[in-house]
Design a protein around this ligand. Structure first.
Ligand code: NAI
Length: 400
């Protein structure tokens, strides 16, 4: 049977995924991109040119895969009908508009995949698709499968390196898809990353790496005197005890939340949730030189060599921090506010998360948290469970 895949988005990840789907035997790949003039630009370029993925393999060889998506459009009524699998490859802030665009054309037994999904993906999916979501399989992965970048828009994308493994979750609902959509995705991706399945959709929320950036921004900039700087400070290697301590405590609070959830609802087993330090010790064991503590693990991780704080040009060769960068703009509403919301439902106090959130939201000019409650005026623009009216752990389980 023919497989039809609709990739949503027009950036780096969407280019790579659209090419891999098009290259998969027996598959029609379509692209739905709603942003500006991306769809006509991409479609026009493909009339004249090939579409190529340049993939760097671990043995240092470079493979070129040539495969064109059958359709690139901003019209969901063309891209979505008949699609067996819809893959979101856009930053989380753009998810809502794609859910709304696909909603009229989604039929039962479609797989909807967030690649990445990011915390709250399922809440938003059910909020927009309502009962339709129950007839579909909703999958969500913790990140993109690879580091990738567009070299020439609509024409050439580079996959720099695939991750070893990637954790995802699946809500099957009443859907009956054969083969399982995770298997189909694996076939399109190839050998790496190896896709893994979490116990439930909440597990990746509580394992999310989006908790990393906000405490490190808070630690570095909370006492900043506002003076432009001559150098961009190192993000990880310049970490100090205060920032590492804040992050470690936030990670403890997430772990406490997971334990409290499982204690109250043993069906919500969350065995993969662990402290960030354990994650660094395992996943970065090749590159972390000193795994003694979170501080030493981050400061000595050679995978982070040279990564600097997001900075804006302040003129005269000087720099000021960019608080509008995704480290806060995305990782607060689609990260830390979501884990905070889960903590509230589980009855777990999170004083450090609250402190970090209060500082970060101020830098974003938003108000999600008031004291220790998610009662701010911008709360409903986040993906906290409370933004969708969830009041209890039972409400969380009702999606499963
Ligand atoms: P990207 O930065 O290429 O995304 C840009 C695309 O998003 C645009 O082409 C457009 O289609 C859409 N977009 C941008 N602004 C928009 C707006 N205002 N309204 C609607 N749509 C808009 O993103 P990329 O690199 O594909 O990454 C996707 C996600 O994966 C992000 O969350 C990113 O943090 C994450 N990620 C990316 C990696 C990479 O190597 N590129 C690696 C790991 C994770």
């Amino acid at each position: 049977d023919k497989l039809t895949v609709c990739v949503c988005g027009g950036g780096n990840g969407a280019h790579a995924m659209a090419g891999l789907a098009a290259a998969h035997p027996g598959t029609e790949a379509r692209v739905l991109t709603l942003f500006q003039d991306e769809a006509p630009r991409w479609a026009n370029i493909m009339k004249e040119e090939n579409f190529t993925i340049q993939q760097n393999k671990p043995d240092k060889s470079v493979v070129h895969i040539k495969a064109k998506p059958a359709l690139v459009t901003k019209d969901a009524s063309q891209a979505v009908p008949g699609a067996n699998i819809i893959i979101f490859c856009v930053p989380a802030f753009a998810h809502a508009q794609y859910f709304k665009a696909i909603e009229p054309y989604v039929y039962p037994n479609t797989a909807i995949i967030g690649l990445p999904g990011q915390p709250g993906f399922e809440f938003q999916c059910f909020d927009v698709l309502k009962d339709k979501a129950r007839q579909c399989a909703i999958l969500s992965y913790e990140s993109l499968p690879w580091a990738c970048r567009i070299l020439e828009f609509g024409k050439l994308v580079e996959i720099l390196g695939a991750k070893d493994s990637l954790m995802g979750s699946e809500i099957k609902g009443k859907s009956q898809l054969k083969p399982d959509p995770a298997k189909t995705l694996q076939a399109m991706l190839g050998e790496h990353p190896v896709l893994k399945m979490a116990h439930n959709y909440l597990e990746p929320y509580l394992m999310t790496k989006s908790i990393v950036h906000p405490p490190l921004m808070y630690g570095r900039w909370k006492d900043w005197d506002g003076q432009p700087m001559a150098e961009k400070p190192l993000f990880y290697q310049g970490l100090d005890e205060f920032g590492a301590g804040s992050l470690s405590t936030v990670s403890d609070e997430v772990l406490d939340t997971a334990r409290a959830i499982t204690k109250q609802k043993p069906e919500l087993d969350l065995p993969h949730v662990e402290h960030l330090l354990e994650w660094y010790r395992q996943d970065y064991r090749e590159t972390v030189k000193d795994p003694t503590s979170l501080l030493t693990a981050m400061r000595t991780n050679t995978a982070y060599n040279g990564l600097v704080h997001p900075m804006k040009d302040a003129g005269n060769g000087k720099w000021v921090p960019d608080f509008g960068y995704r480290y806060l703009a995305e990782d607060i509403p689609f990260g830390l506010v979501v884990t905070k919301g889960l903590a509230l439902l589980a009855g777990v106090p999170t004083p450090e998360t609250d402190r970090v959130l209060a500082w970060c939201q101020d830098k974003l000019g938003k108000e999600f948290i008031v004291g220790s409650e998610l009662k701010g005026k911008d709360m409903t623009s986040s993906r906290a469970p409370q933004a969708y009216g969830f009041k209890s752990l039972d409400d969380l389980m009702a999606l499963m």
